[in-house]
Design a protein around this ligand. Structure first.
Ligand SMILES: CC(C)(COP(=O)(O)OP(=O)(O)OC[C@H]1O[C@@H](n2cnc3c(N)ncnc32)[C@H](O)[C@@H]1OP(=O)(O)O)[C@@H](O)C(=O)NCCC(=O)NCCS
Length: 180
């Protein structure tokens, strides 16, 4: 078993972009997520963006975007992307980023957090498949269990409706499997 690594978690800064390019190229060799990340990091975007660093080097990043639900007043968050450089994976860095991201979006008033990701990973944080709030674009049947949420409010009723995302997320390709 790998020992856990103590990483420092802080808000990302404009100067971190080149480090983020390296983290994302290594963590997602088959996906080009930097255009989404760069668009979401535009000044004034409703995001929580955190970097994890070890000895001053950035090894991971998480974005959480504050979103709405059609016809409702609650604010919710959309988790992603989340990436940790392969050399630093399975050492607790992703967990530290998710935990701090959840703390911050809860503090900013988000009622729950949504994610499209691996249930084996996100289930560890309490995320469960969500059939109440629909993703902004129809998801393929095989991804239904990957669309998950985690309530940040004790005992609150389940939210229903359709997630309303800011412009950078309004790309159907982000919500569909990668082309073969
Ligand atoms: C998924 C990812 C963010 C996890 O970050 P990480 O720093 O490696 O995660 P952690 O070390 O905090 O993992 C916590 C636990 O989850 C496990 N875990 C890590 N990745 C996992 C996965 N994909 N599926 C299931 N469990 C996973 C770890 O083994 C660890 O278990 P332990 O506590 O029993 O030791 C990272 O591996 C990554 O960037 N992967 C490539 C990109 C990606 O898939 N991102 C997610 C997009 S949805």
């Amino acid at each position: 078993m790998n020992a856990k690594t103590e990483s420092d978690i802080r808000e990302s800064a404009a100067a971190d972009i080149e480090s983020l390019r390296i983290v994302y190229a290594e963590a997602f060799p088959e996906e080009e997520l930097m255009p989404l990340v760069v668009a979401l990091l535009e000044p004034g975007s409703p995001v929580v963006s955190l970097v994890a660093s070890v000895d001053g080097a950035i090894v991971g990043h998480i974005l959480m975007t504050l979103c709405g639900i059609e016809g409702r007043s609650e604010r919710v968050a959309l988790l992603g992307p989340l990436g940790v450089a392969p050399a630093w994976q399975k050492k607790g860095v992703g967990t530290a980023l998710v935990a701090e991201g959840l703390r911050r979006v809860k503090a900013s008033g988000a009622a729950q957090v949504h994610v499209l990701g691996d249930p084996a990973y996100y289930g560890r944080f309490g995320f469960r498949a969500d059939a109440g709030v629909a993703a902004p674009y129809p998801l393929p049947e095989e991804w239904k269990t990957a669309w998950q949420s985690l309530s940040l409010r004790d005992g609150a009723p389940t939210l229903t409706g359709k997630l309303v995302v800011p412009e950078p997320w309004r790309q159907p390709a982000l919500w569909a499997p990668l082309p073969e």
